[in-house]
Every structure is written in structure tokens, then in C-alpha cells.
Write a protein that binds this ligand. Sequence first.
Ligand code: GTP
Ligand code: MG
Length: 259
Amino acid sequence: MNQASITIAPDGPLIIPASDDSIALSVVVPTFKESENIGLFLEALCDSLDPVLPGAYEIVVMDDDSPDGTLDVAAAVAASRPQVRLVKRLNKRELSTAVIRGWQLSRGQVLSTINADFQHPPALIAGLWQSIQTNDLVVASRYCKGGGVGNWSIYRRILSRGASLIGQIILPQVYNRTTDPLSGCYMFRRQAIVNVELNPLGYKSLIEILVRGRVRTIAEFPYQMRERERGASKATGARSLDYVKQLIRLRKAWNKARQ
Ligand SMILES: Nc1nc2c(ncn2[C@@H]2O[C@H](COP(=O)(O)OP(=O)(O)OP(=O)(O)O)[C@@H](O)[C@H]2O)c(=O)[nH]1
Ligand SMILES: [Mg+2]
């Protein structure tokens, strides 16, 4: 078995270069303290993609230097699954920029992201792959017909709806384009963001792509969000403040681009 190597993420602007590689799809899996999930998750993701894209996809685990050995567990899978690549980012802990840094190091003509905690079913990526054939971007949505949030508490539902409402007020141009702009699982053509500087803040990355990227057609793919069964959520209260700051920043960018 090969020893899987770990790439250290570079610093610098978040700009995605063009790729002339023949890899069809790159899936970035952001991780922080997911040692209990990442092994099983990578196996499940590979098993669902192997029949659809044999030898034509890569999975980039983008870890923010987790202290619980997440990358060691991922490395054990990568040793027998060469399509799994490992990246460690030092000195930064932020979901949105981790995902984009992962794409910067990816080679695929189509880019995507999914969480490692099984709240998104791993087989979703294979489903999105079917829809991306005729669209620029596909959102895995909890809020379109057939989607759902499972047993979320009423508190969690109100928070989520509140966040959508604020977004609808500040960035209606984007929030009217999809039922789930805060989704953490989606797929799009690399061409949509090549050489565009991205500058997100906090947890959400899809709204960044929808404002700054070149996305003409959007499809939705319903899914039922699951409960986290292992490991802990990293969500904190600070996330709400970052979200509002990001919305304001994006609204300014939107206005500037259309002056
Ligand atoms: N690289 C990186 N990944 C992160 C960070 N925070 C969370 N993640 C990963 O992003 C995914 C989603 O994180 P969660 O903490 O489950 O957030 P969430 O799913 O929005 O919130 P919950 O519904 O409460 O679980 C998981 O794969 C995490 O390991 C971070 O700071 N850096
Ligand atoms: Mg989660």
C-alpha cells in the first residue's frame, strides 16, 4: 500500500485557476475534528462515485489541522483509494474559505462540496452529477419538493428560516434563484469561477459563488437532511454575525459590478 501524502495549503488570494486536466469532477470535503466520520464517509463516497465516474474523479479532504487525527484516518483510506487527496491548512479555521482553498488545489472541470458528517447522504454527489450535465450549477436543496430537514427542532427551523429571510432582504437577486442558498452541498462548472477572486467569510460558500461567479442556469436536487450521528457540530453563535457581514459585503459587490 502506498503512503498517502499530505499537501500543505498555500496562503494568498482565493482565485481558482483554469485546469486542462482530464479529471471530470473534484469533490471538496471540508473537515475539522471528523475522525469518527471521515473514514466511513470517504468509503461511502468512493463507492457511490466509482460506478458513475470510474477513474475520472478526485476527492480533496480539506482539513484545518484537526487535533483529533482526522487526516490520519483519511490517509488510511487514501492509501488504497488513490482518488482521495489530503490537504492540511495551518493557522486558519473557517469553513467557507476551506472549501474554496480546496477547489483552488483541485483539477476537475466540475467542482463540488459535501460535508463529512453524513448530514448530506454521500450518494448525493452522484445525483448532482446527473443534473450538472445540462446546467451550470446544481444545489442539493432541503426546501424544494422532495427535500426536508428531518427532525430539526422548532428552534433550529426558526433560525434557518430567519437566516433565509435576512438573505432575501439583503440579496433578493440571489435568494430568488434557489430555494436553498445556504446549502452546504452543491456542484458547478469550474468555468463559472475561473480567475474570479472569491472572498467569503464564515460558514457559507454557495452565496459567494452565486454573486461573484458566472452562473446562468441553476437546477435543484432534493434531499432529506440527516441528523449528525457521530462527532460534534462546529457551529457557534459567531456564525450569525459573519453571515450578515458576508451578505452586506456581497450586496456591495453586486451593486459595484452592475454600476
Ligand atoms: N476545514 C474546515 N472544515 C470545517 C470547519 N468547520 C466545520 N467544518 C466541516 O464542515 C462540515 C459541516 O460542519 P458542521 O459543524 O457539521 O456544520 P453544520 O452541518 O452546518 O452544522 P450542524 O447542523 O450543527 O452539524 C463538516 O464536514 C465539518 O467537519 C472549519 O473551520 N474548517
Ligand atoms: Mg453538520
